[in-house]
Each structure stands twice: as structure tokens, then as C-alpha cells.
Design a protein around this ligand. Structure first.
Ligand code: AMP
Ligand code: ZN
Length: 475
């Protein structure tokens, strides 16, 4: 089939035509979440844009198989093999076992994905399911002398490679300084950039999950899981690997090193990275505890799909700054857009020529380095065009296979969701009056209490210039 998709390949550092190894088929791998806490909306930006990429590939005719791991062991608080295991940290925080934490936050992650219309990958594999696969690959790396045992741990020997820093623009020397600054010295490593494949010794002996291995009781490093899970389900050749930009180094760099050392040939040709979502204070991170989640946006009355639209309106390679003001604008735009589509008459004659013209424009935008905001512009343009409602409706339906904004259903669902019976309405209005009175008396604690009471019943209050408005929350 015709390969018309172009995107920026981090491996070649340029815009490239995407040509999968097998005609018409795509083997795609995505680094999954570390399930020690809720995903923040920054993580979800990466998953939204990867979802758009996957759906674009399907839209233009590829048969895609997508695999994602769930990191439930081995990801330490520094990406460079130091610090405590993030899962253990989560378990201690909540006085639960690591597996309980993993189960809970894996479900929470897919709930969030559901609310954002992110498709579940064809295969989802937790790292703890694959310990024997990791051991087998590490054994082979030892046999091939790409790995060595030192101080009880197994390390990958980066000096055995002709080129280690394949994904980075920085020179080897600069990166070495970075590594040195980041990491507490590990005297067992032969080279600063070597990384752990299997731990039997760590500073944190209370590691809850440990497995028998030829090197003693221990647990795998983080990087090895993605190489092994990818090879297990997608074979020796991977077409496309995705993640956020923070995964480029060391995680993806190490994945390439160990996979190619193991396989003896090139492993993955195309690397797709999504830039970060930042808040006012900088990069969002789960480790600082207080972070933005889908649930938080919902509790403030936002429609999660308005956040999806917010992400689609900016280019995936640019950093994106989150502000509530920007989200307010997006929420208003989303409402207007879905209302307009909801009002279209769907029965009638379809103008085939127009349909093809707009579909082509839509594909061209997405095939141009996944220009999702241009794709949304094509949607707006076609709504303004003077063709039949039925043609517009059919195009909106088609575009939504990729945009996944609930374009056809959001308006009707919202209208139905806002219906309350007369008694409920009386109750809400009485509470609003009571809150107004409390505020007048400067009893803000009571006013907040009333807001919380209503929220408990699924009603969100909004203080607007025209007075207090209420709506049903989305959860
Ligand atoms: P984690 O759960 O920490 O393993 O991260 C899950 C995914 O989110 C990875 O692909 C990260 O690269 C990505 N990620 C982390 N922080 C951000 C952010 N602020 N904006 C966008 N993506 C992010
Ligand atoms: Zn990974």
C-alpha cells in the first residue's frame, strides 16, 4: 500500500516517510505507565497523542498491532538506577502491598483513558508477568559478553557498543557529565553509562517482590522490561516505538542498546516522542504528590474531552503549557463545536466529491508530522462549507475515528445528563440561595460546605459574572 505518513523520527533526527517492514502492517510499542499513583494529565498528553498516531495509521489503512507494558516493578525514583523503587514507595504511602497498588492504579489509568477516548492497546502486559523472559534475555547478554556481574548485580556494558548515545543530540562527553551529576556513584559499574539489568543487591533491602534467578534472589531493572515485552509480542523487528521525551535518555537509549546487542541487528526503525505538558511551575511530575489528574478536572466541572481537544490543538513536538484559562476557552469551544454537530440533520444526500475532498485534506494534515490542530481546522472548515448536513455529519463521523472527541454523541449525552426532576431542581436552587446568604454573612466555611454537599450529589457550581450556575459533573 501507499506509505503516505511522515513524522519526525528521533532516531534519524529528521522528518521521515514511515515505511513499516511488512507492507500494510505496523508493529507498535508504547511505554506504559508506572502504576504507583494516578496518571497526571501530562502523562495523558503523551497517551492522547500516541492514540491519535495509532488511529491515523489505522485510518489510512494500516493493520496496527499495538503493545503496551505496565511498569509494576523496577522503575526507581531516578531513571538512572538509583533511589527507591517507585512501586514500593506507593505501597508504603498507602499501607498496601505492591500488587494491590499496581492493580488499583492500572484500573485507574484505563478509567482515565476511557474518559479521554484513548483506545486500549491490543496487548497490555504487566512487567511482573514476564520475569522468565527477562531472565532469558539477560542470560544471553551475559553469554554474548554484553553484560557482566558485579557486586551481585548484572550490568549492561555500554563500552561494548560502537555507538551508545544513538537517540541523543548531546555529545557523549556532555551526557557523561549529566549522568555523573544525577547519579550517586555506583562503584560496581565498569563505565558510568552502564545500567542494571538485574538487581540482587540494592540499598533498599525491603524490596517486596523478588524472584529466583541464576544470579540470586532479585528483581529486574526497568529498561529490560520494554525490550522483552516488545519482542515477546511483536517479534524481532519493531516498526514504531513511542513515549514522552523524558524517555529518550536513558530509558529508550538503553532499550536500543540491550535489544540490538541481544538480536544482533537493528531493532526499531522509528521513534516517536511527545513533548511535555508543563504547568506554571514547570514540568508536571507524580513524585511531588500534588498534581493534576482527570478526576481533579472533573471535580471542577470540566469535560475530559475538552482536555483532549486542548491537546489536539497543539503540536505534539512542542511543549504545552497548561492553564485553567486555556482549558476554559477549550471547554467553551468544545461545547460550541459539539452543539453545532448535534444540530446537523443526518438524513439526506451525501455529496461524494466534497466528502472525498475533505477526507483528503484531513489525511494530509495528519500525515504531515501528525498536525492534529490542522486536522481540527479541516473539521471547522467543512462545517462552514455550504454542503448538505448529511455530508457534514458523515465527515464528522469519519474524522472522529481519529479525533475521538465524541463529536456525534457529546451534545445529546450532555443534554440528557443535565436533566433533573423538579424536586431535585428545587433542592439545588435552595442550596444555591443558602450559599449566597452564607457568603453575604461572610461565612465562607459554610459556603464551601454547601458546594461540597452538592458536589457529593454530582452537582458542580460555577460562579460566573451572571451569577451562580450549576451543572451535573461528568463522573
Ligand atoms: P510514567 O508513568 O512516569 O512511566 O510515564 C508515563 C508516560 O508519560 C511516559 O511516556 C512519559 O514519558 C510520559 N510523561 C511523563 N511526564 C510527562 C509530561 N509532563 N508531559 C507529557 N508526557 C509525560
Ligand atoms: Zn519503556
Amino acid at each position: 500500500m501507499e506509505n503516505k505518513m511522515f513524522f519526525y523520527n528521533t532516531a534519524s533526527k529528521r522528518l521521515e516517510r514511515f515505511v513499516p517492514k511488512q507492507d500494510g502492517k505496523v508493529a507498535m510499542y508504547t511505554c506504559g505507565p508506572t502504576v504507583y499513583h494516578y496518571a497526571h494529565i501530562g502523562n495523558l498528553r503523551s497517551y492522547i497523542m500516541e492514540d491519535v498516531l495509532e488511529k491515523t495509521l489505522r485510518y489510512i489503512g494500516y493493520d496496527v498491532k499495538r503493545v503496551m507494558n505496565i511498569t509494576d516493578v523496577g522503575h526507581l525514583s531516578s531513571d538512572a538506577d538509583t533511589g527507591e523503587d517507585k512501586m514500593l514507595k506507593g505501597a508504603k504511602r498507602e499501607h498496601k502491598t505492591v500488587m494491590e497498588i499496581a492493580g488499583f492504579y492500572t484500573d485507574a489509568f484505563f478509567d482515565d483513558c476511557g474518559k479521554l477516548n484513548i483506545k486500549r492497546p491490543d496487548v497490555v502486559e504487566p512487567a511482573t508477568n514476564c520475569i522468565n523472559d527477562f531472565i532469558r534475555v539477560i542470560r544471553r547478554l551475559l553469554e554474548k559478553e554484553y553484560a557482566y556481574e558485579s557486586g551481585g548485580n548484572i550490568y549492561f556494558d555500554t563500552s561494548k557498543l560502537d555507538e551508545y548515545y544513538v537517540l541523543s543530540n548531546q555529545s557523549e562527553k556532555e551526557l557523561l557529565v549529566g549522568v555523573r551529576e544525577d547519579v550517586e556513584e555506583d562503584g560496581n559499574k565498569k563505565n558510568k553509562s552502564d545500567f542494571v539489568l538485574w538487581f540482587t543487591k540494592s540499598k533498599f533491602d525491603d524490596q517486596e517482590l523478588k524472584w529466583e534467578s541464576p544470579w540470586g534472589l532479585g528483581y529486574p531493572g526497568w529498561h529490560i522490561e520494554c525490550s522483552c515485552i516488545s519482542m515477546k509480542h511483536l517479534g524481532e523487528y519493531l516498526d514504531l516505538h513511542c513515549g514522552g521525551v523524558d524517555n529518550i535518555f536513558p530509558h529508550h537509549t538503553n532499550e536500543i542498546a540491550q535489544s540490538e546487542a541481544y538480536l544482533g541487528h537493528e531493532w526499531c526503525k522509528y521513534w516517536f516522542h511527545v513533548n511535555h505538558l508543563n504547568d506554571e511551575s514547570g514540568k508536571m511530575s507524580k513524585s511531588n504528590g500534588d498534581f493534576l489528574t482527570v478526576a481533579l478536572l472533573e471535580s471542577k466541572g470540566y469535560e475530559p474531552l475538552a482536555y483532549r481537544l486542548f491537546c489536539l490543538q497543539s503540536h505534539y513536538r512542542k511543549p504545552l503549557k497548561f492553564t485553567y484559562e486555556a482549558l476554559d476557552n477549550m471547554e467553551a469551544a468544545y461545547e460550541k463545536l459539539t452543539k453545532r454537530i448535534g444540530a446537523l440533520e443526518k438524513e439526506g444526500e451525501i455529496d461524494e466529491a466534497k466528502f472525498v475532498e475533505y477526507r483528503e485534506r484531513f489525511e494530509t494534515a495528519l500525515c504531515d508530522d501528525l498536525n492534529s490542530s490542522m486536522a481540527v481546522t479541516v473539521l471547522y472548515d467543512m462545517l462552514k462549507d455550504g454542503m448538505s448536513d448529511a455530508t457534514k455529519y458523515a465527515l464528522a463521523e469519519s474524522f472522529d475515528q481519529v479525533l475521538s472527541l465524541g463529536l456525534l454523541t457529546a451534545h445529546a449525552a450532555k443534554a440528557a445528563g443535565q436533566e433533573v426532576d423538579a424536586e431535585e431542581e428545587r433542592y439545588i436552587l435552595a442550596k444555591i440561595e443558602e450559599r449566597k446568604a452564607a457568603k453575604k454573612e461572610k461565612n465562607f466555611a459554610r459556603a464551601d460546605e454547601i458546594r461540597a454537599e452538592l458536589l457529593e450529589k454530582g452537582i458542580v457550581l460555577e460562579d460566573t459574572r451572571e451569577g451562580v450556575k450549576w451543572k451535573k459533573s461528568n463522573s
